[in-house]
Write a protein that binds this ligand. Structure first.
Ligand SMILES: [Zn+2]
Length: 96
């Protein structure tokens, strides 16, 4: 999968850009897996709540929507090298 890095215009957090379609596929895939777990496993591993939801691909940790993102600069990409980077739906794609 190829993609581009996105930066939140508000807080500067860097995400990995994905298509809305990819985000939907991922949430469905996780839901299938999550639903296959026992109640005990859901509680122990995920606090008893489903964590992969489409809205998580559409909002920054600071609360700004995906429309408030821009392409990352080379310096921003360098800054997150080696870090786990979350996914964000491209700003030009509507989430709903
Ligand atoms: Zn932000």
């Amino acid at each position: 999968m190829s993609g581009r890095s996105l930066t939140c215009k508000g807080c500067g957090w860097v995400y990995f850009g994905v298509s809305r379609r990819f985000a939907i596929e991922q949430t469905h895939s996780f839901a299938e897996y999550y639903n296959s777990l026992t109640e005990y496993q859901r509680k122990q591993w995920y606090g008893g709540r489903q964590i992969s939801l489409l809205r998580n691909y559409a909002r920054c940790r600071c609360g700004r929507p995906n429309t408030q993102f821009r392409d990352s600069t080379a310096a921003e990409i360098q800054r997150v090298y080696g870090c786990t980077v979350s996914s964000m739906i491209y700003p030009e794609e509507k989430v709903i």
